[in-house]
Design a binder for this molecule. Structure first.
Ligand SMILES: [Zn+2]
Length: 85
């Protein structure tokens, strides 16, 4: 930062950094909220015994994929089809 070490501009630089950090935190929070929502869905699937089953085709999602993405709701091929859309 250009003003670092310069007492005069210090406060303003701090404010800028703080608001930038807040924006960043909000982005991270929004992402975490999304992930939490997916985890909630995964937990609901565990409750009703459909955890690890693809939401789209009903096939097992696969252990490797679940280990990489524990809250996955689509199997690899459905996920890829979704991303191509
Ligand atoms: Zn599927």
């Amino acid at each position: 930062m250009r003003d670092a070490g310069d007492g005069a501009g210090h406060d303003q630089a701090d404010v800028g950094a703080t608001s930038f950090e807040r924006d960043h935190e909000l982005t991270v929070l929004a992402k975490e909220k999304e992930t939490l929502g997916q985890l909630d869905t995964a937990l609901a699937h565990i409750d009703d015994g459909t955890y690890g089953v693809c939401d789209s085709c009903g096939n097992p999602i696969g252990k490797n994929r679940l280990m990489a993405v524990p809250h996955a709701t689509l199997c690899m091929s459905c996920k890829q089809r979704e991303e191509r859309r």
